[in-house]
Design a protein. Structure first.
Length: 254
């Protein structure tokens, strides 16, 4: 079963993180959704965070994980927020199990195919040799040789944990990501359509959702609204959390 953090009472709201993320990235926003009357389920997807590791890694199997999670927790109707890779998961979930999803909110990802673009990040992570028992500072120094952006480094380094005294490790399953990275960019099948209320949010400094993607979005999600968060890139929920929260709550509570 997927690891999750469950808080609050009310309408179930599932939050699915992006590639190399985890539920903890959503801690502050989750608390604010709880204050608005939601029961928040912040999930760690397989091979991420505190959830189990598996050699099987695809959108189809991640959707099945979420369905199994809902069955286990007796959730029959949920609102969902998915960012990036998590957005691809919730799109496939909603179009495959429309009776389960009430409102769909997708953060900075389109239903289209994306070519592999995480090469630098994977190179940085693969450069860390944990057999040498590096300190946190040493891991950060290695990663910074590849990634100059401070925010991106901090996002990645949140995955560091003490596997045992004196031995750091990454929580995610880097081996499987190296082998299955192509699966992250997979497009939503053309015939998949979700007829209920949907919002797509994109960062104004991000190129993940282009104006040219609107037609594809509306093919799959004919009731979709597409809105832009100002002063935000791909991690729009972290870069402009106030605007992100305002737009998401406005949609979820209408």
């Amino acid at each position: 079963m997927l690891y999750s953090k469950i808080e609050g009472q009310g309408i179930p709201l599932l939050i699915l993180h992006g590639f190399l993320g985890m539920s903890d990235n959503w801690k502050t926003l989750a608390t604010k959704y709880v204050e608005q009357g939601f029961q928040v389920h912040a999930l760690d997807l397989r091979n991420h965070g505190k959830s189990f590791h598996s050699d099987d890694f695809s959108y189809e199997i991640m959707v099945q994980d979420v369905v199994d999670y809902c069955v286990f927790h007796h959730l029959t109707s949920v609102d969902v927020i998915g960012h990036s890779m998590g957005g691809k998961v919730v799109m496939l979930l909603a179009t495959t199990y429309p009776e389960l999803v009430n409102k769909l909110l997708v953060a900075d990802i389109a239903p289209k195919f994306y070519p592999v673009h995480h090469q630098t990040i994977l190179a940085a992570l693969n450069a860390v040799d944990f057999s040498k028992k590096p300190s946190r500072a040493e891991v950060e120094a290695i990663v910074s040789d590849y990634i100059s952006d401070f925010g991106t480094r901090q996002f990645l380094l949140k995955n560091l944990y003490w596997q045992e005294p004196g031995q750091l490790a990454f929580r995610f399953n880097l081996k499987v990501f190296n082998e299955k990275i192509e699966s992250i960019g997979k497009a939503l099948p053309f015939e998949n359509i979700f007829e209920k209320e949907t919002v797509f949010l994109r960062g104004d400094k991000s190129d993940y959702i282009l104006d040219s993607d609107f037609e594809t979005i509306l093919h799959h999600f004919p009731k979709a609204e597409i809105e832009t968060i100002s002063n935000a890139g791909h991690w729009l929920h972290a870069e402009n959390p106030d605007a992100f929260f305002e737009k998401t709550v406005q949609f979820l509570k209408k």
